[in-house]
Design a protein around this ligand. Structure first.
Ligand code: SAM
Ligand code: DTB
Ligand code: SF4
Length: 325
């Protein structure tokens, strides 16, 4: 009698996340020196450890934002004293970009306090992107949630990077912002990737999150396919009038650990020391470079809050023997 060959049913291989949040938390739990040693070794496989990249920010449209991000001084929901302004004119943006280039920046990031641009805003921002690109700078924009076709139009104007942060671990997001969902962020990030624009995506620490949530933030970034080319790690700048003002400060070593975890899990990304450098001070920033940070926001201002001034940064980088790339 003819018998049917036995069918061996193998389980269909499913893609597994590169990083489990538990594994990232285990990195955080390493003895500090061991974590930094591991991060520095990985850093050296991919980068010159003495090099740092400089990005300058400009707020091209400030304040009056309809979103209620609990950390943000530009939200119209909170009394922070930030005045709303219209979108800047191209000549003023070009002059700021030229100053940034003269000071040594290689990337220029334009930020707008929008929930997202309207269709009619896109040609105006595209004009700004082309103008900045014509100076030979890398261009980045952060405008909120993008609609269909926006990323493509900005790409065609010369946009190299789009910044859109996930900001927190998914399970903390709803405590910080209620006017949009975590998945809205992923949707815009998908649009940016699909258009072939490079992704700048990171988060904020010091928002009252647990270590488990810091690890989950890093794991979420590291599991993106592919992970972001640029990863800005912001230390919350507490601004009076915002709901997150008055939180107990984060232990600075936790900030350094977060940088190290980002470097280990995203070995080839530019890991940027972003908001909060003024509060961190020189010694903690030096530890962050040891932990694998290789980029900073450079210039006297972030979007509306302060940043170490250019001269102070030149002195710090000089003392550490770091070169700009
Ligand atoms: N409106 C756009 C958006 O939210 O994507 C772009 C500008 S928004 C100011 C860009 C990022 O700045 C936020 O995602 C957040 O990570 C960071 N940010 C804003 N306020 C901050 C603060 N007080 N401290 C640290 N980072 C902050
Ligand atoms: C990012 O991750 N941090 C920058 C940039 N991307 C747009 C913004 C920091 C803002 C800090 C508070 C302020 O000055 O508004
Ligand atoms: Fe608006 Fe962006 Fe600030 Fe949120 S972070 S309030 S979206 S400017």
């Amino acid at each position: 009698m003819q018998t049917e060959p036995i069918q061996i049913r193998r389980p269909i291989p499913r893609p597994t996340a590169r990083w489990q949040a538990d594994d990232v938390e285990a990195l955080f739990a390493l003895p500090f020196n061991e974590l930094l040693f591991k991060a520095q070794n990985i850093h050296r496989e991919h980068f010159d450890p003495a090099e740092v990249q400089l990005s300058t920010l400009l707020s091209i449209k400030t304040g009056g934002c309809p979103e209620n991000c609990g950390y943000c001084p530009q939200s119209a929901h909170f009394e922070t004293g930030v005045e709303a302004t219209p979108l800047m004119q191209p000549d003023a943006v070009l002059a700021a970009a030229q100053r940034a280039k003269d000071a040594g920046a290689t990337r220029f990031c334009m930020g707008a306090a929008w929930r997202g641009p309207k269709d009619r805003d896109i040609p105006r921002v595209a004009e700004l992107v082309s103008a900045v690109k014509s100076l030979g700078l890398e261009t980045c924009a952060t405008l909120g949630m993008l609609g269909d076709g926006h990323a493509e139009a900005l790409r065609d104007a010369g946009l190299d990077y789009y910044n859109h942060n996930i900001d927190s671990a998914p399970d903390l997001y709803g405590d910080i912002i209620t006017t949009r969902q975590f998945d809205d962020r992923l949707d815009t990030l998908h649009k940016v990737r699909s258009a072939g624009v490079k992704v700048c995506c990171g988060g904020i620490v010091g928002m009252g999150e647990s270590r488990t949530q810091r690890a989950a933030l890093i794991a979420t970034l590291a599991n993106m396919e592919p992970y972001p080319e640029s990863v800005p790690i912001n230390h919350l700048v507490q601004v009076e009038g915002t709901p997150l003002h008055g939180l107990p400060p984060l232990d600075p070593f936790e900030f350094v650990r977060t940088i190290a975890a980002a470097r280990i899990t995203m070995p080839k990304a530019m890991v940027r020391l972003s908001a909060g450098r003024q509060q961190l001070g020189d010694a903690v920033q030096a530890l962050c470079f040891l932990a694998g940070a290789n980029s900073i926001f450079y210039g006297d201002k972030l979007l509306v809050t302060g940043n170490p001034d250019v001269d102070a940064d030149k002195v710090l980088l000089g003392k550490l023997g770091m070169r700009t790339s």
